[in-house]
Ligand binder design. Structure first.
Ligand SMILES: [Zn+2]
Ligand SMILES: [Zn+2]
Length: 355
């Protein structure tokens, strides 16, 4: 019904390969490549279907592994999560080790004992030019390269000392990165036939690391801390995949490519409960006059035409709730959050009238 090919204005987009009537479900993005429910909400949001009820803690947990930081609304959601997300039981031990490390870091903070790397990497006079950023990452990689990693790093006192106390949002980032790294590890010996769930499919998305760091320089420090945290705690067999390149790949692609997991029904009061990356859904570009509506259905993203689409026309969604904003506000928001100047037909017409 549509194909992904280069656009005339840069990057790739989805183009109709036939006339498509209004109301056609053109794509379902089924399982996120990686996703995280934010720490503040995770007891109230089902880890499988993302069902959310304010102030209601879901009761269903994984059997025997209550410390993985996952809550489910039903046993069937728990079973489906296991089948889809962790059939080989590699992910849950990693999520558990993250939660154990969080507990260790919190205890250390309370007793005011600091870890080995609790100083800042990014000093006030740091230059954010790309070369300096590369050099800093090389320095960090050199610091943490260790041959003392064991099967269970948290049992090793030296490594335990390296566990950084992170901010809540950094723990969320660490979980998001960890899920992606487990997928990469699994792929190393078990080739997936579904391109959207492969690291390659994921890394085909554009990284916005530089744009992100330019906009929010403090995130560089944060990204480094996430890397060091994961390097200290990830099990030995995953260590070869915990590289600065891979961690940066995930964090750089989350920006501008992630879909917020919004409370439903969606309105201006909805809470953002988490973040998910669906590579197949990320090829829909933005337009302020979109012909496709993106809706969340449980954990799936559905893409449905909102008007009749001609053969060859690009299929576009709206990235945020901005369609009622005036043109300049939309332009500013898209530049700030998604790093591009919107040249859609509506913006072009409205900017011409405003000039
Ligand atoms: Zn559920
Ligand atoms: Zn526009």
């Amino acid at each position: 019904m549509f194909e992904i090919r280069p656009t005339t204005y840069g990057g790739r987009g989805c183009f109709a390969t036939c006339a498509i009537p209004r109301g056609t479900l053109v794509h379902i993005a089924t399982t996120p490549f990686t996703a995280v429910i934010f720490r503040d909400f995770r007891k109230e949001v089902c880890a499988y279907c993302f069902a959310y009820e304010i102030n209601r803690t879901w009761k269903v947990r994984l059997r025997g592994t209550e410390s993985a930081g996952l809550w489910f609304c039903s046993e069937s959601c728990r079973e489906q999560w296991v089948n889809e997300e962790d059939p080989s039981c590699e992910l849950v031990p990693v999520l558990e080790v993250i939660e154990q490390a969080v507990a260790i870091a919190r205890r250390k903070l309370q007793s005011a004992k600091t870890g080995e790397y609790d100083e800042d990497f990014v000093h006030e006079d740091f230059s954010f030019e790309s070369d300096a950023i590369e050099k800093l990452w090389e320095h960090v990689e050199g610091l943490v390269t260790s041959n003392s990693v064991t099967a269970n790093p948290l049992r090793n006192p030296t490594l335990k000392n390296r566990v950084l106390a992170l901010e809540d949002i950094e723990y969320d980032s660490a979980r998001l990165v960890a899920v992606a790294i487990v997928r990469l590890y699994l792929e190393s010996y078990n080739t997936s036939t579904v391109p959207w769930f492969t690291w390659n499919g994921f890394s085909g998305l554009e990284s916005h690391e530089k744009d992100l760091i330019n906009r929010l320089p403090a995130l560089l420090e944060s990204h480094i801390r996430v890397f060091i945290f994961l390097k200290a705690i990830m099990p030995k067999k995953l260590q070869p995949f915990v590289t600065t390149a891979n961690v940066r790949a995930v964090l750089g692609r989350e920006s501008a490519n992630a879909f917020g997991i919004w409370q439903l029904p969606l309105n201006s009061e909805s809470e953002c409960l988490g973040s998910s990356i669906f590579p197949s859904g990320s090829y829909f570009n933005h337009s302020c006059d979109p012909n496709v509506i993106k809706t969340r259905n449980g954990r799936q993203m559905h893409f449905t035409t909102s008007c009749a689409v001609r053969d060859g026309e690009e299929l576009c969604i709206s990235y945020g709730m901005m369609l009622k904003m005036p043109v300049q506000a939309r332009q500013n928001l898209l530049q700030e959050q998604w790093y591009f100047k919107c040249g859609c037909s509506r913006c072009t017409a409205e900017l011409a009238t405003a000039a």
